[in-house]
Design a binder for this molecule. Sequence first.
Ligand code: URP
Ligand code: ZN
Ligand code: ZN
Ligand code: ZN
Length: 487
Amino acid sequence: MATTLLTGGTVVSATGRTAADVLLDGESIAAVLAPGSTLLGHDLAASVDTVIDATGKYVIPGGIDAHTHMQLPFGGTSASDTFETGTRAAAWGGTTTIVDFAVQRTGERVQDGLAHWHELAAGNCAIDYGFHQIVGGVDADSLAALPGLIDEGISSFKMFMAYPGVFYADDAQILRAMQVAADTGLLTMMHAENGPVIDVLAEQLIEKGKTSPYFHGVARAWQMEEEATHRAIMLSHLTGAPLYVVHVSAKQAVEQLAWARDNGQNVFGETCPQYLYLSLEDQLGASSEEWGDFEGAKWVCSTPLRSKHEGHQHHMWQALRTNDIQMVSTDHCPFCMKDQKTLGQGDFRAIPNGIGSVEHRMDLMYQGVVTGQITLERWVELTSTTPARMFGMYGKKGVIAPGADADIVVYDPAGHTSIGLGTRPDGSPTGRSHHMNMDHSAWEGYEIDGHVDTVISRGKVVVDDGAYVGAPGDGRFVKRGLSQYLI
Ligand code: URP
Ligand code: ZN
Ligand code: ZN
Ligand code: ZN
């Protein structure tokens, strides 16, 4: 078993920071030691196989992105990152575990949808991966299959109050599924937007000739996120099923979550970097020489980017500080402009929904530390420790401690990262500066104070000074337990 010593760094956890050396033995963390320690008389640096000098850098638990959609069939096409390309990009960005969504649709057996997802991922991933189960068709058969997920290491499932005709579940279906969740300990994840109302608003906009991506954001009104969030909270209260609301973007939805939590409910929320930085006006409403007002299609996702004039972003950062929102995932669901987003030219309803960010989450959230919005410890908590606890992986993941998996990122606060595709002054491409399988970047031009230097996945260096040195199949399926975050 290879041994590695990380020396000279500042080890950061959700609860503090300390100068320490970290000893890795094979796939696990063996010890966290005072700087320069010897162990039983051995000079560690001379006895290990590899020494990584982390002087001046942060040593943090590998990022956990608990919301990704690799190769999701959606909107008449499939998300453009495979498990191979998407997990490699994640590794580049300091994420060492993803939790992706296996899909079951109406008429399909949950077991078959899950088996298919295993086939897609097995042997292809650069980092460890787990699954949530999407239940896209709630019926007697899928309800009966839910308890069996726990033995499969899948302790959470997602339903949709949006997307009628695709994944949509009505209140009666949600009630029945939550009853099963309450009985079994499964965590219910909810896409909380009132889909039927949104579909009417969208149709009315199209009839008026308002077809550009901007109107995707207009149709998906915040009132319908607040309303659905409240409805999900009440169904959760009624059934006793813990609730986790995904991709929260409206400040009014956050207020609903805060109210439920103040009421003592097991209700949690995640937001995504796009809701902290991007807006209806600047992105969905963007236009370019290349695409005209279709430029905004790059940022069509649901829930949508919100107006910069309504205080959503400010409120969301605050919620990250006050723990009204507990964690940050990406909802990574990339589509290229060419042949994918363009399906919706002339009708925003046909634009495949999703943004690609899996590579940038750690960097983008670190900017919150740089600007003073969150502490260094909160950065680790939001991006790694809470995802591990929320989704039943803590102890192995989300922490630097003896016995944990050796998933570690060496992050250089003095480094710099330029995000995007990059162009020279003459307009020619400089070569890609992201590694996701996309022909554009939703984060084009973002300049990051900070740099992911080294990424270690279960003891193996997979990113070394910015170069990927891992291989497909390094990543293994993570069997998750029940949530460790419940009150
Ligand atoms: O726009 C999004 N979020 N696409 C992925 C599917 C979902 O609702 O999470
Ligand atoms: Zn969703
Ligand atoms: Zn999603
Ligand atoms: Zn560097």
